[in-house]
Design a protein around this ligand. Structure first.
Ligand code: ME8
Length: 485
């Protein structure tokens, strides 16, 4: 069993914010859950470092693009280390291995007859690095995706015969009804293809910060054609060594490309078409999530309305931050990040529900049982009910996590935490402890509470690895896989 999971590679025009942290934490939780199920995992993230936007940002900063991208890429790496992201690789599109991969796919697509020279005359959004058809402009001059001002572009390009892949893409989508998650995004993709696909410019000639088009001086590869190829590069594409070829055969196609909803079209239409042209298998699934908003607008580098993860990690701890973002955002929907929301979840879910259950259980085991979890030789209906809830919760959390729905997985898990707190309140082990005749009931009660915590530690682990470890340490139980009932 192998699982190859990717995040978008992030533009290095500015330092990372909550949005980048979120996608990467979500991917990290999924990667950890798959590893806990005994699968071998490649979890890839990285940075997208070419194109006009980056070149301009470097110029604005008064720095050479190479030095500029080195500096910003380092801030992404540093943040991901702080967030304890367990990525297996970090790709930068300015690396030699990536240039080799882009040259290889370019030559393959050219040999297929899918590239031709043409002149592009039209609108371009540099923020999104997208060609914008006149008909899609908002207010005659704004990008429909980011709302920023588009620019008029006239330059010689290579075009990719995207139109040729309209029917193959529709056929693919008809036979893969779960290809893009959630369903609403799938429907948008199919509708977009059905409206008709125009050929797409895939090289640029009015600036130089990019991968040179092979044998074609003056052209650099369009940044999206360059960036999407990163998913191939990381598993060995473009490297002729036997080791790399074997790696590519093992790991391609990717199991999941996890992305934000604004880049579904590039991943669900352009990328599969490039791969079909190159004769390569398509990734198995595209999972997209919604936006973090602030003051009603998408949090973005260009608007500057951003949350810096470090502020919350420093104030509340890393696990609380990871918990909040994964619990708060329902997959596919937007979510508002607020200080009040963060504080409320921190207090209610972590300190009160889970924190109390753990502290009262371990305190009583220490006080009444010399710190050793007792055996359970006694039970009644209340125990049976708790076991039923535990079984249902684990089944739901497992299913939800497999679908990147960590909010649902955590909500289910916390139902068990609350149920167990209620169980303790009904049983009153603190009163049972006063009556020697009630000893079997006391031991069974503490056993069961400890066992619920053991069970809860499994779905907690991918989200809050350190907390799961400390829960297990205080109960003296060994780490165990995700699916323990
Ligand atoms: O699009 N809420 O890079 P990018 C949630 N380089 N997620 C957010 C977010 C928000 N407000 N803002 C950003 C690019 N993200 C390209 C990708 S892939 C071959 C090339 C996250 O720096 C989300 O995952 O603009 C989104 O898709 C990604 O960052 C965009 O990052």
């Amino acid at each position: 069993m192998r699982f190859y999971l990717t995040t978008p590679i992030y533009y290095v025009n500015a330092e990372p914010h909550l949005g980048h942290a979120y996608t990467t934490i979500l991917a990290d939780a999924a990667a950890r859950a798959h590893r806990l199920r005994g699968e071998s995992v490649v979890f890839l993230t990285g940075t997208d470092e070419h194109g006009q936007k980056i070149e301009r940002s470097a110029r604005k900063a008064g720095v050479d693009p190479r030095a500029f991208v080195d500096g910003v890429a380092a801030t992404f790496k540093a943040l991901f280390a702080e967030l304890q992201i367990s990525n297996d690789d970090f790709i930068r599109t300015t690396e030699a291995r990536h240039r080799a991969a882009v040259e290889t796919i370019w030559r393959t697509v050219l040999a297929k007859g899918d590239l031709y020279k043409a002149k592009y005359e039209g609108w371009y959004c540099t923020t999104d690095e997208l060609y914008v058809p006149e008909t899609q402009l908002v207010d005659g001059a704004r990008c429909p995706t980011c709302g920023g001002k588009v620019e008029w572009l006239e330059e010689e390009n290579y075009k990719f015969r995207l139109s040729k892949y309209q029917q193959p893409l529709l056929d693919w989508y008809r036979t893969h009804p779960d290809y893009v998650v959630p369903q609403a995004r799938y429907n948008e993709v199919v509708a977009f293809i059905e409206r008709g696909l125009d050929d797409l410019s895939v090289s640029r000639t009015s600036f130089t910060w990019g991968i040179p088009v092979p044998d074609e001086p003056g052209h650099v590869v369009y940044v999206w054609f360059d960036a999407l190829t990163n998913y191939l590069t990381a598993v060995g594409y473009g490297d002729p060594s036997a080791e790399a070829q074997a790696r590519f055969a093992t790991w391609w196609p990717a199991d999941v490309h996890l992305i934000g909803k604004e880049i579904v079209r590039q991943h669900a239409i352009y990328w599969p078409a490039f791969l079909m042209s190159a004769g390569l298998p398509l990734p198995r699934r595209i999972v997209s999530h919604g936006w973090w908003t602030m003051d009603g607008a998408k949090m973005s580098k260009s608007l500057g309305n951003v949350v810096r993860p470090r502020v919350y990690v420093d104030a509340y701890g890393l696990d609380a931050f990871r918990y909040y973002v994964l619990r708060e955002m329902v997959l596919g929907a937007d979510a508002a990040f607020t200080d009040e929301g963060f504080h409320a979840r921190y207090t209610a879910d972590l300190a009160n529900d889970l924190g109390n259950l753990l502290s009262r259980t371990t305190t009583m085991i220490a006080r009444y049982c010399d710190g050793v979890v007792p055996a359970a030789a006694w039970r009644d209906d209340l125990d049976g009910q708790l076991d039923d809830v535990a079984r249902g919760v684990i089944a739901e959390a497992t299913d939800a996590a497999a679908n990147f729905e960590f909010s649902r997985a955590l909500a289910a898990t916390w139902r068990l935490v609350s149920e167990c707190n209620r169980y303790l309140v009904s049983r009153e082990p603190w009163s049972l402890a006063k009556d020697p005749a009630a000893r079997p009931r006391l031991e069974a009660t503490l056993h069961r509470a400890a066992d619920v915590l053991r069970v809860v530690a499994a779905p907690v682990e991918p989200v809050m690895p350190a907390s799961a470890a400390s829960m297990r340490a205080s109960l003296r139980v060994a780490p165990e896989p995700w699916t323990t009932p």
